[in-house]
Write a protein that binds this ligand. Structure first.
Ligand SMILES: Cc1ncc(COP(=O)(O)O)c(C=O)c1O
Length: 384
């Protein structure tokens, strides 16, 4: 593990970056989506004990709608928000509901509306899912490192896939260019200067997880360990945990693959720092070389620790959860879901201490996806 303890942490007020109303509104809407139900918060008592911790909680997003990933909450929600705003500008006197969108009330107005995004898989699927529900056009850009079955999962939702040479950052560059040329609407989970309000909706959608955890957990966790790709997820949870738990908020630890450690490198440099990805990590959803500017602006002042890990413990962590440790429930966890557990498995007494972890710690992990690519998942689980 590489560890950077954030010297610049000041726990600044983030209201100006991600306003509380965004979280309230997202929860109020998403709770009403068909088939919505909170995903389980699983207490892994035996695993906690074997890792030398007091408690370990795992938010199991493998059960999130039919998408099996927390990303279902972000992209699809942002698509609906953007469509409502588009229609509101045309019909200022009408209140436009989610139902209006999904029942085709405004189909004629929306028939030329096209949403686009770059993705490593899960975010694109969420955007395609939202677009499919609302009957609008959707184009998803994927780089060659993304598996065919992740592309098929998007295509069955009616979206068109465009393959891009290079990595995630290259596909994002192409999306930006093509969107301007064709007047498409970018629904990105990452933000950059001049493009912030849509990623805020995506991030607000993620807060449904923390809302649910707040109701599900009996004791406030002492630590949150969360995976970082561009930092949108981590940024949201960091802000929302502080809002929900105030003074008792948990120590906030970000973990990234060492081959795509843009948040870690940015924290060390004290400014957004781009990382060139030379080798794709197994944790495909975290394979991002450039920080989301909103995520970064939150984390630079509010995350306590930035860490990186190798891929070494990813397979073992997935298998451990699939089997269940000494009587713990079994869990289906995809490659990008186990960053937190893989980090814990890598720690020695000294690195435990450097993160303030001990037998009294109650650690909250975000199992952000299930088997989102069944073939890859099965292969990894079979490598016992
Ligand atoms: C399963 C999974 N976990 C975590 C992340 C990281 O989210 P972010 O890129 O917002 O940091 C992603 C991103 O795609 C993901 O797909």
């Amino acid at each position: 593990m590489d560890h950077y303890s954030n010297n610049d942490v000041s726990y600044t007020n983030t209201e100006g970056i991600l306003n509380s109303d965004l979280f309230d509104e997202a929860y109020a809407h998403i709770k009403k989506w068909p088939h919505y139900q909170p995903t389980p918060l699983v207490s892994l008592d035996s695993l906690a004990q074997s890792l030398g911790l007091g408690g370990l909680y795992y938010k199991d997003e493998s059960k999130r709608f039919e998408l099996k990933s927390f990303k279902a909450l972000g992209g699809a929600y942002a698509v609906k928000k953007v469509l409502k705003e588009h229609l509101a500008s045309k019909y200022p006197d009408q209140e436009i509901t989610d139902e209006d969108l999904t029942t085709g009330k405004y189909a004629e107005d929306l028939k030329k509306f096209t949403v686009v995004t770059a993705t490593d898989g899960n975010h694109g699927r969420s955007v395609a899912w939202g677009a499919h529900q609302c009957g609008i056009n959707c184009i998803i850009y994927m780089h060659k490192g993304v598996s065919q079955s992740r592309a098929i999962a998007v295509e069955v939702l009616g979206a068109k896939v465009i393959w891009v040479e290079g990595n995630y950052d290259d596909s994002l560059k192409l999306v930006k260019r093509h969107a301007i040329e064709n007047q498409w609407c970018i629904i990105s989970d990452t933000s950059y200067p001049g493009y912030e309000y849509i990623p805020k909706y995506v991030m607000a959608g993620y807060s449904v997880m923390t809302w649910e955890i707040f109701d599900q957990i009996d004791q406030v966790p002492t630590h949150i360990i969360i995976q970082g790709g561009v930092g949108g997820l981590a940024g949201t949870i960091c802000v929302h945990a502080a809002k929900l738990w105030g003074q008792n908020k948990p120590r906030f630890i970000v973990v990234e693959p060492n081959s795509a450690d843009c948040l870690y490198q940015s924290a060390r440099a004290g400014q957004p720092t781009m990382v060139h990805i030379e080798k794709e990590t197994m944790m495909g959803g975290l394979s991002c070389g450039e920080v989301s500017i909103i995520g970064w602006n939150i984390l630079k002042d509010n995350a306590d620790d930035f860490t990186t890990i190798s891929d070494e413990n990813v397979g073992p962590a997935m298998r451990l959860l699939a089997k269940g440790c000494a009587g713990d429930p079994t869990i289906e966890a995809g490659e990008s879901a186990v960053g937190g557990l893989a980090l814990l498995m890598e720690l020695n007494p000294q690195s435990m201490a450097s993160l303030g972890l001990n037998q009294n710690s109650r650690v909250l992990l975000f199992g952000t996806e299930g088997a989102t690519d069944q073939e890859i998942y099965d292969q990894i689980i079979a490598q016992d």
